[in-house]
Structure formats: structure tokens, C-alpha cells
Design a protein around this ligand. Structure first.
Ligand code: UD1
Length: 356
């Protein structure tokens, strides 16, 4: 069996790590195509190196651009690659422009497509990711759902027959890395290390970064928090802040470049709380038992809200009072699987569940 994975953005490299591992164990022929959506070494190479992911077999080098330009460039570059390799499965991950481009290119060539992390919904149609998810789910032949809630969304859209609940592969990688970093913590910047307690923050969504007033309000809220805030700045955040003349080096904020995955898990597991607009980080905080405050109107990972582990604060009215709240005592259960989801992905693909 030959499987061709299409990835391009940081969260996809994290998901790819346990999947590539499971494919290697199962003896699957696995090709990796990197679209080049993320190209800074801190957003890409370092994830391959530190998570021991095999080098991509093909790199499309597409880079940044408007959504249409970026997605279109991927589509036109993928045709030849897919035609050359004719895999038994094309596997696409998550909800980025690389996901929808991969799914669309493959179905047009009548290649079976599986979507990993299918069925997530924010129901916020302003988000480019929401369109990417819905379009990919409806194009794909096999929907690998991470949670029971995702299975329910797919059933409500008439997609139950193509759906398999496999669990969340991010749990696999998060638990594996957590165990390693608990044994050997990664150092934090001196200002954070010396304080003895800290928060971790990330902000990268266009709705939060691209309006100067909104971004200034978020930076002011973070600056006002009662503990040092390690702000891991996505390139878009750094660029917009510079453009709008907003200094990230203010108040409690300790700005730093994005971290590789193990260093990020280490920073979070040692933190008192996370403030973010990232989907992945909300869930990592939950898996690691760290309270999270999410600066968005909704979350796809609704399980994290139960028991107050994750609190939504789009209006920034609660951040100051809740960001450093104590961890709830409620049991989190394991809505994101048991850490063996990637093996179920490999088994499900091998079972050839392509109903078309
Ligand atoms: C993408 C995903 C988002 C995911 C995020 C993780 C889409 C629509 N969005 O958003 O779901 O949460 O990745 O990080 O696919 N840039 C660089 N260097 C890079 C990559 C990006 O400088 O290596 C800058 C460029 O200015 C670029 C901007 O960041 O225009 C945005 O990058 P893009 O890939 O378009 O979207 P993300 O915001 O990263």
C-alpha cells in the first residue's frame, strides 16, 4: 500500500509525526509532499528534525500569498506529483489551505482521499479554516474523526457512512513528548525562568492580528497579566505588530520566536496557564492539565470547555482575572483518545475502507 501525505503548515507537521511513525511500523510505503505553505525554519524544518519525521519526498515551495494565490499554486503543482505517484490513498491533515488543495487535487484525479481530523466545526464562516474543513470533508472518501463530537457533525451533514472514529493523533505525540520533557525540561528565557511561574501565549489568527485596535487591545491585556507571559510570536504577529507600531516588549510580556514542539510542550507543562487563539494549543493545554484562556468567540475543541479547563474570552473582559486561575479539579476524562490513534489510522487505511 502506498500512502501520500500532503502537509504544509506547522500544525500538520505535528500530526504527521505519529502517523509517519505508525506507517513505518506497519511497513507502509509512505511519501510526504510538503507544499511549502510554511517555510521559515522555525515553522517547518525544526519540526521535522525534532519530531524525527522523514524528510519530505517532494517540496512544492509554494510559500505565502493571498488564499486564492496560495491554494491555486498548490493545486497546479500537485497535479503532476499525484499523477506520477498514483498512491492508494492521499492523506490530508487538519484545516489549512494545504488540506483543501490536497483534497481537491486528488479527487479530480480520482485518487482516494482520507481526511485526518475530519468533522471539526467552529460554525464560524469568517474563518478560512472552517471552509477548508467543510470542503475537504465533503470531497474526501474516508473521514478519520478525532472525537465523538466530530463524528456527530459528520453524521449531521450526511457523511456517516464514510466516517471512522480513530481518536486524535495529537494526543499520541503530545503524551510521548510530555514524558520526555518532564524528564528533561527545556530552558526558558531568563526573565521567565527567574520569576518561578509564568503563562504561555500565542496569537496568530487574522481576526486578532490584522486590525490594529484589536491587536493593541490584546497586547495591552497580555501586558497587564499578573505573571510573566512568554509570547511565542508567529511571523504574522511579529509583522503586524511592527507594521502598526505596537511593541510586544511591554509590561508582563516576554516576546520570543516560535518554539519547536518539544520546547513548546515543556514551556506549557511548566506554566500556570495558556492564553491563545490556536486550536492545537488549546488542546495541548487540556491534555497537559493546564488551564487555557482562548481569545476567540468559539472553539472547535468543545470538550476542553467542560469543567472550566478552557474559557473563551473574545471581548478580553476576563483575561486579567482568569488567565492565571488555578487548574480545575474536575476529571478531564480522555475525549481525545488513548494516545494510539495513529495506529488506528494505519489500520483503517490498510483495511481499504474506500466506499466509492
Ligand atoms: C495557517 C493555517 C492555520 C494554522 C496556522 C498555524 C490556513 C488558512 N491557515 O495559518 O489554520 O492555525 O497555519 O500556524 O491555512 N509566514 C511567514 N513564514 C512562514 C509562514 C508564514 O513569515 O513560514 C507569514 C507570512 O507573512 C504569511 C503569514 O505568515 O503571509 C500567514 O501564513 P499562512 O500560511 O498564510 O497562514 P497562517 O496564519 O500561518
Amino acid at each position: 500500500m502506498r500512502i501520500l501525505s500532503i502537509v504544509g503548515a506547522r500544525p500538520q507537521f505535528v500530526k504527521l509525526a505519529p502517523v509517519a511513525d505508525a506507517f513505518a511500523t506497519a511497513g507502509v510505503e509512505h511519501l510526504i509532499v510538503h507544499t511549502g505553505q510554511h517555510y521559515d525554519s522555525r515553522m517547518s524544518d525544526v519540526f521535522f528534525a525534532e519530531l524525527a519525521i522523514p524528510e519530505p519526498d517532494v517540496h512544492l515551495g509554494v510559500g505565502s500569498g493571498s488564499h486564492g494565490v496560495q491554494t491555486g499554486a498548490m493545486l497546479s503543482a500537485l497535479d503532476g506529483v499525484l499523477d506520477e505517484h498514483r498512491p492508494d490513498w492521499v492523506l490530508v491533515y487538519g484545516d489549512t489551505n494545504s488540506t483543501v488543495a490536497g483534497a481537491l487535487a486528488a479527487v479530480k484525479l480520482h485518487l482516494p482521499v482520507a481526511h485526518l481530523e475530519a468533522g471539526l466545526r467552529s460554525f464560524n464562516r469568517r474563518m478560512p479554516e472552517e471552509h477548508n474543513r467543510v470542503l475537504t470533508d465533503h470531497a474526501a472518501d474516508l473521514l478519520l474523526a478525532p472525537t465523538q463530537v466530530a463524528v456527530g457533525h459528520l453524521a449531521a451533514e450526511g457523511l456517516a457512512a464514510r466516517t471512522v472514529l480513530v481518536g486524535d493523533v495529537m494526543t499520541d505525540v503530545c503524551f510521548r513528548v510530555r514524558d520526555a520533557v518532564l524528564a528533561r525540561p527545556h530552558p526558558l528565557p531568563a526573565a521567565v525562568e527567574q520569576a518561578g511561574a509564568h503563562l504561555v501565549a500565542t496569537i496568530h489568527r487574522a481576526d486578532n492580528t490584522d486590525d490594529p485596535d484589536r491587536l493593541a487591545a490584546i497586547v495591552a491585556a497580555l501586558a497587564d497579566l499578573p505573571l510573566p507571559v512568554l509570547l511565542l510570536a508567529h511571523p504574522r504577529l511579529a509583522a503586524r505588530a511592527a507594521e502598526f507600531g505596537i511593541s510586544l516588549q511591554t509590561g508582563s510580556i516576554v516576546p520570543a520566536p516560535p518554539l519547536p514542539y518539544p520546547a513548546m510542550v515543556s514551556a506549557v507543562v511548566r506554566s500556570r496557564g495558556v492564553v491563545t487563539d490556536s486550536g492545537g494549543l488549546q488542546k495541548e493545554a487540556y491534555l497537559l492539565g493546564v488551564p487555557c484562556t482562548t481569545l476567540r468567540t468559539e472553539t472547535e475543541w468543545v470538550e476542553t470547555l467542560k469543567g472550566g479547563w478552557n474559557v473563551l474570552d473574545p471581548e478580553l473582559t476576563q483575561v486579567r482575572s482568569v488567565a492565571a486561575r488555578p487548574a480545575p479539579t474536575t476529571d478531564r476524562g480522555s475525549p481525545y483518545g488513548d494516545g494510539r490513534s495513529a495506529h488506528r489510522v494505519a489500520e483503517t487505511l490498510a483495511a481499504g475502507l474506500a466506499p466509492r
